[in-house]
Ligand binder design. Structure first.
Ligand code: SAH
Ligand code: SF4
Ligand code: F3S
Length: 456
């Protein structure tokens, strides 16, 4: 397998002119899935497939799927139905499904969507070129799902979708068994990449002009416990911190139990490590947390947040929250609302509990009725946005550094960038600033974003 390469996307037209084939990838789910899609593009490039943005004209369509909630899974089948129509108009087009739904369903996916040509799981990404070639040659369904990652993790080629900010997976899988969560089933046990491997990849990124890296894992704060010698995420952050041209280091997603003070100290010591912590609490109630098998109490979580804020007072802290977990009473739900107010989270991803296959809580009695879940979600979202608004107003009048990501999707006369604390900021400026660090003075704040003007 060739070493990691950084390549720019080539245009559709170029690909057509050279008579090569084209691949369209659509990604659902978390950043790990986005990173995997970039590896799929790298792998397919090696057998002559160039990326296209035109789904209807693609020779190969790949859906990289997410199984976290039922709604995410339903979207997979509605996308596939639409893709089948494109395929009918262009016989010979291949449809491949990868990611977490594919890992879970394997053959069942082909039974439900017989026009799918290839199903591959989360542990055998590196086999994609072989599977595509086989599907082409045999004209038969190819379904291959491994139960775990191979012993030696292959180094995968990559075609990144962004040339200044990069995802870097550092640990795969999750060793927790939260009673609602399908991730351990579809992503397997934790496996850390070695610091040497990670550093080699990030040095290449630095040489190629990348300014930001996000170290990824379903449970990134557990990084290194399985290595010999044992390492922790803080070691990695400090090593990456030595690379002058990497201006921002982020990490996602943290688990409160593994966020040890050494990691927080490394963030504090490393100038390029962003003062931003995504540390999902999931619920604000001890009985619920116990039944979720999260492995901590609210008091423990509170102390973690104190550990962060006492060392890095301005740190932004965000969380994920679930409402309507089986058996959650009204009062237990209100404890979650109270916690959001007490913790003053900068932002929260909220979701109504969704029963998932292979999880214990799916078959528990006391499932909360849908209308109650959605009423709780609505109330929680109101409080989350009030609290975020309050947090965002602190920035009014301040001048902050942004990494400019490009045109704003909401208003394409403006640019969009992020602060070190991961706040989205809109401002007016030339599009050539994309990928650059600029200073912006904040003039307005709403719950989800800030607005400002260029200060340099
Ligand atoms: N490892 C991270 C979370 C990864 S999954 C952690 O432990 O915090 C991303 C988010 O999806 C979770 O934080 C949770 O809020 C949500 N989620 C997972 N399973 C869910 C389910 N069955 N129903 C609703 N939301 C769920
Ligand atoms: Fe899922 Fe829990 Fe693992 Fe997070 S820690 S991925 S919620 S099992
Ligand atoms: Fe979804 Fe799989 Fe990520 S279930 S959240 S894509 S690990």
């Amino acid at each position: 397998m060739s070493t990691t390469q950084i390549e720019k996307r080539e245009s559709n037209l170029d690909a057509g002119e050279r008579g090569t084939k084209t691949v369209y990838v659509h990604t659902f789910g978390c950043q790990m899935n986005k990173a995997d899609s970039e590896n799929m593009l790298g792998l397919l490039d090696e057998i002559g497939y160039k990326q296209t943005e035109d789904v209807k004209g693609a020779d190969l369509m790949i859906l990289n799927t997410c199984a976290i909630r039922e709604g995410a899974e339903d979207k997979v089948y509605s996308y596939l139905g639409a893709w089948n129509k494109f395929k009918q108009k262009r016989p010979g087009t291949l449809i491949a499904v990868g990611g977490c739904v594919a890992q879970d369903e394997g053959e069942k996916l082909v039974a439900r969507a017989p026009y799918v040509d290839i199903v591959f799981g989360t542990h055998n990404l590196f086999r994609l070129p072989e599977l595509v070639n086989r599907a082409q040659e045999t004209n038969q369904h190819v379904v291959e799902v491994f139960q775990e990652l191979p012993e030696d993790l292959p180094e995968l080629p990559v075609i990144r979708q962004n040339d200044f900010s990069a995802w870097v997976s550092v640990i795969y899988g999750c060793d927790y068994n939260c009673t609602y969560c399908i991730v351990p089933y579809v992503r397997g046990r934790e496996r850390s990449r070695t610091p040497d491997e990670v550093l080699k990849e990030i040095k290449e990124l630095a040489d190629a002009g990348y300014k930001e890296v996000t170290l990824l894992g379903q449970n990134v704060t557990a990084y290194g416990h399985d290595l010999k010698p044992v390492r922790h995420l803080g070691h990695l952050i400090e090593m990456v911190g030595e690379l002058d041209s990497i201006k921002r280091i982020r990490f996602l997603t943290g688990h409160p139990r593994d966020l040890n003070p050494e990691i927080i100290d490394s963030v504090k010591r490393t100038p390029s490590a962003c003062e931003y912590f995504h540390i999902p609490v999931q619920a604000g109630d001890d009985r619920t947390l116990r039944r979720m098998a999260r492995g901590y109490t609210i008091d423990f979580y509170r102390k973690k947040i104190d550990e962060i804020r006492s060392r890095i007072p301005d740190a932004a802290i965000t969380s994920d929250l679930i409402v309507g977990f089986p058996g959650e009473t009204e009062d237990e739900f209100l404890n979650t609302v109270r916690l959001v107010e007490e913790m003053c989270f900068d932002a929260c991803n909220t979701a109504a509990y969704s029963p998932r296959p292979h999880t214990p809580s799916k078959s528990w009695g006391e499932q909360v009725p849908e209308d109650v879940k959605f009423e709780r979600l609505r109330l929680l979202n109101t409080v989350v946005s009030e609290v975020s608004h309050r947090r965002n107003k602190r920035y009014l009048g301040q001048t902050v550094e942004l990494l400019v990501e490009g045109l704003s999707q909401r208003n394409d006369e403006r640019l969009m960038g992020r602060t070190r604390s991961n706040k989205v900021v809109h401002f007016e400026g030339p599009v050539e600033l994309t990928g650059k660090l600029v200073n912006v003075k904040i003039e307005a704040a709403n719950p989800w974003a800030l607005r400002g003007t260029l200060a340099n």
